[in-house]
Ligand binder design. Sequence first.
Ligand code: PLP
Length: 366
Amino acid sequence: MTSVPFCSLKYAHDQVKSEVEKAIDGVYKRGQFILGTEVEAFEEEYAAYSGARYGVGVASGLDALTLSLRLLGIGAGDEVVVPAHTYIATWLAISQVGATIVPVDAGQDMLLDLKKVEGAITTHTKAILPVHLYGAVCNMTLLTEMATRHELKIIEDNAQGQGAYWKDSMTGSIGNCNATSFYPTKNLGALGDGGAITTNDKQLYEKALVLRNYGSTDRFINPIQGFNSRLDELQAAILRVKLKKLTKWNEKRKEVAQTYFNEMKGVGDIILPPQTEGSVFHLFVIRTKQREALRSFLFQKGIGTMVHYPVPPHLQGAYTALNFKKGDFPISENLAETVLSLPMWPGLTEEQVAWVVEQVKSFFAR
Ligand SMILES: Cc1ncc(COP(=O)(O)O)c(C=O)c1O
């Protein structure tokens, strides 16, 4: 039996160990731990990687989303269109600025259903918040057209899409103000929490620098009420090392995905994820009605899996006050019941991937 953890950071971290240790040591010796040269350099490098003009490091992906909404002036009385099928953080950011969540069901590609977006737009709508969920890419051509037609802002939730692209543009460079997360298991992960805002708008960039740092323009001068949401100098130094490997690690993910696609076509009742160009496979999410049985079968064979996500935000206790009920977003609810994330990380060996494929096939052959 081959052991296949659902996710392991060991392969990636072994590759950068000595460089990361050197980077940490450098910060330690310089003794500047908040908003120093590492954060500044990382912001430039991450923005360049993302094809955006500017980057601003913040404390988490949730903060990157929340600050993006604030930067665009979105608050109470404003409506934000968001996928019903996403991680709850996307919704929480909208709640945090006091705006109104307007969920739209997922399409068969598991992303925001663009056919349903226009029906959700009202005179109060201020923004659309697409999520490049699982590292798959939303159709940004259609979304941009829609946003332009209705004079709406776009905020890309690129927490799971670092390195992904839509046509000629990297995700995180298309919306007005975009958010990503450096949670350790993300395609680009820190050794702790972290996030970033990317934008092409100089004014938003300058405002973001102030907003994330107590609203301070100069030391102890605070023209606006801001937040303490800064990316740590240590995390920035680590992320700079890891960023150099991101393209290679994403390629590895794509190779694993390609094998899954080739080998699992037509197996049992499995629905494979869409094979969109530009996806970076943060997760490889299949669907099956026999999810729980498959999951425990794979577990017995030493294969780790996860469910992203078992309860959609509209049915979470956190959102009972919004009075959504089962049946409101049927496709998202069906996804919650059928999705299964297979092992996906750079460093999975051919033997491990073959074992996953073999065991999935043998489950359906029983
Ligand atoms: C789609 C999505 N949005 C937002 C977030 C929030 O990021 P963080 O955990 O860094 O706050 C995450 C990850 O956790 C995510 O997967």
